[in-house]
Design a protein around this ligand. Structure first.
Ligand code: SF4
Length: 55
């Protein structure tokens, strides 16, 4: 299961810089995780100021 970014996301972009496989990009409503690319490392979770990233 890939990590997911919820509606709590304020599109600050902090998580994208932390992802080692560049799986996070700006989506339509908020940032999104490419499920096919995510390796579930969890590196992005701690970077989110609003706790919008869930395992
Ligand atoms: Fe990227 Fe790791 Fe977050 Fe998946 S869990 S989106 S691989 S930083």
């Amino acid at each position: 299961m890939a990590h997911k970014i919820t509606d709590e996301c304020v599109s600050c972009g902090a998580c994208a810089a932390e992802c080692p496989v560049s799986a996070i990009s700006a989506g339509d409503a908020h940032y999104e995780v490419d499920e096919a690319a995510c390796i579930d490392c969890g590196a992005c979770e701690g970077a989110c100021p609003t706790g919008a990233i869930q395992a």
